[in-house]
Structures are given as C-alpha cells and as structure tokens.
Design a protein around this ligand. Structure first.
Ligand SMILES: Nc1ncnc2c1ncn2[C@@H]1O[C@H](COP(=O)(O)OP(=O)(O)OP(=O)(O)O)[C@@H](O)[C@H]1O
Ligand SMILES: [Mg+2]
Length: 134
C-alpha cells in the first residue's frame, strides 16, 4: 500500500498491490506513473527533487523504489527514462546542450545517513550529505 501526500499534508493518492488478480492492483509501472514521472519531469525542468519512502519494515519501500528482479522500481525506471531523454535530445537537438548525470545512493537507517556506493566512507554518528560519493 502506498499513500502519497501533497505539500498541504493532505493525502492525494493511494495504491494497493497485494493481489495481482484484483482489479485495483497497482503495478510498478502504475506507481512510477503516479509518483516517479512527476519527480522526473520537475528535475528535468531544473528543480531539486526528492522522493522519500517511509514506512515500517516489510511495507514495500525497497520494492517500490528499487524493485526486485525484473519487477523494477521507480529508481531504475527513472534512470532508463533519463538516458532515453538524453539520447532523444542528442538526436533532435543542435548539440548546444550537454548533459551530466550524477548519482548518489544513501540510506537513512537508525537515524544515520549511510553512503551505499562507498560503505567505507561511513563513520560512527552518520555522514553529512555533502560527503556522499557521486
Ligand atoms: N508491491 C509489491 N508487490 C509484490 N511484493 C511486494 C510488494 N511490495 C513489497 N513486496 C514484498 O514484500 C516484502 C517486503 O518488501 P520490502 O523489502 O520492499 O520492504 P521494506 O519496506 O524495504 O522493508 P525494510 O524496512 O525492512 O527494508 C518483499 O519480499 C517484497 O518482495
Ligand atoms: Mg528495504
């Protein structure tokens, strides 16, 4: 179950993916369309964007954000879409725009920020976000 809220702190959508046979079943693509697509669109316009997954253990944060096996989640879908858009722009544009993609991956666990790309970077007490590996 995913419940998303808007900036006024009202819940704006919910999706449910317990039983594939159910007509209300939400696929990973549905979740991406509802949440990931608008984040990507805004990032593409130059805004800083964050998508925060919060919930009790086993509630589906990793499943929705990263995915398992072929059932990929929001992050790999976003990455595919970023490079698809870059390729498209490279083909259709006049070459005056260049793209640079940086990626970091952090986890907040027990209230501490951890660098998932370079675990040796982690120190007791957690990291400041500016020190995270790109
Ligand atoms: N939408 C879904 N469809 C099918 N299976 C799911 C779905 N969401 C979660 N699951 C399954 O439920 C289990 C727990 O999900 P997940 O690992 O994503 O939880 P989590 O919120 O990341 O937990 P933790 O806080 O412990 O990391 C996994 O086996 C996952 O495959
Ligand atoms: Mg998890």
């Amino acid at each position: 179950m995913i419940i998303a809220s808007n900036s006024e702190n009202c819940f704006s959508l919910s999706s449910w993916s317990h039983n594939k046979e159910d007509p209300h079943f939400a696929t990973q693509q549905d979740v991406f369309n509802d949440l990931g697509q608008s984040c990507l669109d805004n990032a593409w316009k130059g805004y800083n964007v964050s998508l925060f997954a919060y919930g009790q253990t086993g509630s589906g944060k990793s499943y929705s954000m990263v995915g398992y096996g072929e059932d990929i989640g929001i992050v790999p879908m976003m990455c595919k879409e970023i490079f698809r858009r870059i390729e498209e722009q490279d083909k259709t544009g006049d070459g005056s725009v260049t793209f640079r993609v940086d990626a970091s991956m952090i986890e907040i666990y027990n209230e501490q920020v951890r660098d998932l790309f370079n675990p040796s970077n982690n120190k007791p007490g957690g990291l400041e976000v500016c020190l995270i590996t790109k």
